[in-house]
Design a protein around this ligand. Structure first.
Ligand code: PRE
Length: 355
């Protein structure tokens, strides 16, 4: 290696880094002023539609080596630091630490935010409702296991808003202190994770081994790390956090196993031009109510992207997603017409990764 060449390049990098630091600090000065303005006006600190607008604009004008994912990763971290500078706010997520929900939360709120791990979905809604946390992160559906009932029930019960969605590709690992799979006597995991990895378990003759379902996959890793002859189906991060050796990666049956999460808070987003809205609908008990409702959406040119029925206290309610923002002209009319049966859960920027 040419040591002089490397030294020159490193000197160049040093002065670019100094320039970057100066510019980022300059940006933070302006962010601080935005924070002061918002403190006076009571405006929301987190503005996902504005963050999207910035990333879209930077991507369009970009001519360098960075792709969209890299621009997004860099700027989401800058935004997270900016928001903390404007006003530090707690993020409550479905724990424990290292859970997929924790990963979803960190992906959106960055490394610098202050996180609170909560053991139940209802607990997260309560935390946000009582203003102990500004944001809550909860799973809403998985591509293999469907909708998360507790989340629907809480969206129905509390008057909080969905302000963003996050879709994560879910990969499970098989981790154990045993070197040989044949020596394993019990496996810990969450019931849905066992279901998502059936083929793997059968292929390795593990379907006859005792399966112990517990409330989280990260806790599974913790238990398996302590007990000899046991194993866990858990996230990569969960195994690492508990120093549990990973024997197999990506053991899920379906190769596009995804989970969608909602970020909930106490404010509503402005339009971004690329929004999705979620609603709950309880249809009146009369013939044709559902057909009339769907026809109205169709006539207004609104694309329904999801419709799932769900039972709450013996009544059937529908969880529906559609393209558009609740303040869009064609959406407003419909929401007004059906206001007695609809609960608007929130309008938010549509993720590219879909379930
Ligand atoms: O534009 C705002 O409202 C800001 O608070 C600034 C800023 C940014 O860093 O650019 C920070 C947080 C918001 O989520 C969006 C953007």
């Amino acid at each position: 290696m040419n040591e002089h060449g490397l030294l020159d390049l490193r000197n160049k990098l040093d002065s670019i880094d100094e320039e970057l630091l100066k510019l980022i600090n300059e940006r933070m000065e302006v962010v601080h002023q935005v924070g002061v303005l918002k403190a006076k006006s009571g405006g929301a600190i987190y503005r996902p539609e504005r963050e999207k607008e910035i990333i879209d604009r930077l991507e369009t004008m970009n001519s360098g080596k960075l792709n969209r994912a890299a621009i997004e990763a860099l700027f989401l971290e800058i935004f997270a630091i900016s928001r903390n500078l404007e006003l530090p706010e707690n993020v409550a997520y479905l724990g424990p630490e290292g859970s997929f929900t924790h990963q979803a939360a960190e992906g959106r709120f960055g490394a610098m935010s202050s996180y609170v791990s909560i053991a139940s979905i209802n607990g997260i809604f309560r935390e946000v409702d009582t203003k102990k946390a500004k944001f809550g992160v909860v799973p809403i559906e998985n591509s293999s296991n469907g909708i998360v009932t507790d989340t629907i029930n809480c969206l129905n019960k509390y008057n909080l808003k969905i302000i963003a969605e996050v879709v994560l590709d879910i990969h499970h690992t098989f981790a154990s202190t045993c070197d040989k799979v044949q020596d394993i006597k019990r496996i810990y995991s969450k019931d849905i994770a066992f279901e998502q990895c059936r083929k793997f378990l059968a292929n390795f003759g593990l379907d006859e081994v005792e399966q112990i379902p517990i409330e989280s996959t990260t806790k599974a890793a913790k238990l398996a790390a302590k007990e000899p002859f046991s194993a866990a189906i858990c996230p990569h991060v969960g195994a690492k956090l508990n120093n549990l050796p990973i024997l197999f990666e990506n053991i899920e049956d379906k190769d596009n196993n995804k989970t969608r999460f909602f970020i909930i808070s106490d404010f509503e987003n402005a339009q971004s031009g690329n929004d999705k809205t979620s609603i709950l609908v309880e249809f009146p008990d009369r013939q044709g109510a559902l057909v009339e409702f769907l026809t109205d959406f169709n006539n207004s040119g609104i694309n329904l992207t999801k419709i799932k029925s769900h039972i709450v206290h013996g009544n059937s309610i529908f969880f529906i997603d559609f393209d558009g923002h609740k303040d869009d002209e064609n959406v407003k009319g419909i929401l007004e017409k059906h206001k007695d049966t609809i609960k608007v859960l929130g309008s938010y920027v549509k993720e590219i990764n879909d379930i």
